[in-house]
Write a protein that binds this ligand. Structure first.
Ligand SMILES: Cc1cc2nc3c(=O)[nH]c(=O)nc-3n(C[C@H](O)[C@H](O)[C@H](O)COP(=O)(O)O)c2cc1C
Length: 180
């Protein structure tokens, strides 16, 4: 498949149990022709290693905001400018809360605030977190700002009606909407 040929996808990985799915996602994006750079939160690195995602993406994984060496290389502003699409998958409740409030307290949220690229998120959390008014309000905020997401599929994922099919669909549907 070459549907994403030459698309530059900045993949944000946050610290939920579904972080292990990002390995497969990177493979699929690259198979579809995309170039992939990965940014991981600190929590995400507890679920899957940067080394794994580096090997799969073919690029150094970005993890630090306040690191002079990293900033002298491809820093947060360059990453924000590089992206054709910022895709955060999985997106934790905590990440969704931070980004909906315009926070920039780590590398990923700083890029979210700095980029002018379209943004898509694949929320993934348990149903307690999902149903909380705060989470739903935060998702509304992001949706009203034009962030792509599929709330029906995210709901199914939260209540465990489906898992693999839902996950892949959530990821591909915003990409397809944006890129074609
Ligand atoms: C075993 C375990 C699994 C977790 N899974 C999720 C999850 O699926 N979704 C979620 O929103 N938070 C989950 N959390 C909580 C997040 O790790 C926590 O909110 C963290 O601060 C998220 O940080 P980040 O958004 O910067 O990656 C989990 C925590 C643990 C200990």
């Amino acid at each position: 498949m070459s549907s994403l040929t030459s698309k530059r996808i900045l993949l944000g990985v946050t610290g939920g149990i579904a972080a292990y799915k990002s390995a497969e996602l990177i493979r699929r994006l690259r198979d579809a022709g995309a170039e992939v750079q990965v940014v991981m939160t600190t929590a995400a690195q507890e679920f899957i290693t940067p080394l794994t995602l580096q090997a799969l993406s073919g690029n150094l994984v970005h993890t630090d905001l306040l690191d002079p060496k990293a900033e002298a290389g491809m820093g947060h502003i360059q990453l924000a400018r590089w992206a054709d699409l910022l895709l955060v998958a999985p997106a934790t409740a905590d990440f969704i809360a931070r980004v909906s409030q315009g926070m920039a307290n780590d590398l990923l949220t700083s890029i979210c605030l700095a980029t002018s690229a379209p943004m898509a998120i694949a929320p993934a959390m348990n149903q307690g977190m999902w149903h909380k008014g705060a989470t739903q309000d935060n998702l509304d905020v992001l949706q009203n700002r034009g962030v792509f997401m599929d709330l029906i599929q995210a709901h199914k994922l939260a209540v465990k009606l489906v898992w693999d099919e839902c996950w892949m669909w959530m990821i591909w549907s915003p990409l397809l909407r944006i890129c074609f």
